[in-house]
Design a protein around this ligand. Structure first.
Ligand code: SAM
Length: 263
């Protein structure tokens, strides 16, 4: 048995914390090798360390953020063994911004707890990292993130991740790649910076997108009725009869800039 799968079986999974421990060596390799040697990273939810040990062997420095007391204590003790490891024992939804501001990591990696993956991705998408992110999702969420305009599953997250990044699917995994196995398939997504300077603020884009996708069946004009006129949309080259899922990232930026200008 490999070291990672031995570790995984010695801790009982806590379902409330979305714990499904990765046991697929191929997936572990794919995730770790997506992070260049000698860079700095944050890992969200290391658990017993399937990914952590492989990442620690590559990076200059790794900070882990873990909510589960058992794993946080386990990794705090491991700091004696790993000089390049720091531990944040906390909730990623509360502590991530501070850890990113302090560490200025090049990369963020994680087999994300599926129960918070939507709001967590919206938060992650706001950080412009020089390296990128390698993230494991429930397959359906991964498909939504990588979806192109025109697809029924294209939504707010598909737009937000494109503010700083180009998303790419790396691998799809069956439930058996985890212990205990989840009910769903999973997908590893890589976000690499596209390098273009965004024309609007992330927070403004997020507000626009939240409102714009609130009622998917409504036309884009109806989503902003009272704020933007039909002529406003035509003036920025958008047909006001279009539905939100038909608009590309650049369209959302133009709507955002107009809304900001009219405030
Ligand atoms: N990285 C391990 C692996 O791949 O086997 C565990 C992944 S498991 C899907 C998700 C991990 O995130 C667990 O370790 C869990 O305790 C942790 N977690 C869940 N919610 C969290 C939160 N709000 N903040 C920080 N960690 C959290």
């Amino acid at each position: 048995m490999s070291e990672s799968s031995q570790t995984n079986t010695s801790f009982r999974a806590n379902k409330a914390l979305g714990q499904h421990f990765l046991v697929s060596e191929k997936a572990i390799r794919t995730i770790a090798e997506a992070i260049p040697v000698g860079e700095t990273a944050i890992e969200i939810g290391p658990g017993p360390g399937a990914i952590t040990k492989s990442v620690l062997a590559r990076v200059k420095h790794l900070t882990i953020i873990e909510k589960d007391d058992r794993f946080a204590h386990y990794w705090q003790e491991k700091t004696a063994e790993y000089a390049n490891l720091s531990v944040c024992h906390g909730d990623v939804m509360e502590d991530l911004a501070e850890v990113v501001a302090q560490d200025k990591p090049q990369w963020i990696v994680g087999n994300l707890p599926y129960n918070i993956s939507g709001p967590l991705t919206a938060a992650l998408a706001s950080f412009a990292l020089s390296g990128g992110m390698v993230l494991m999702y429930q397959r359906e969420v991964g498909q939504r993130i990588t979806a192109e305009p025109g697809s029924k599953i294209y939504g707010g997250l598909s737009v937000l991740v494109r503010h700083f990044y180009e998303p790419k699917k790396l691998i799809t995994l069956p439930p058996g790649a985890f212990n205990p196995p989840p009910k769903v398939h999973s997908m590893v997504i890589r976000l690499l910076p596209h390098g273009k300077i965004p024309k609007c603020e992330f927070n403004d884009l997020q507000k626009t997108v939240r409102q714009g996708f609130a009622h998917r069946r409504k036309t884009i004009f109806n989503q902003y009725r009272g704020q933007l006129t039909q002529d406003d949309f035509l003036g920025i080259g958008i047909d006001p009869k279009k539905r939100p899922e038909q608009l590309a990232y650049d369209d959302w930026v133009r709507i955002t800039l107009l809304l900001v200008q009219k405030k």
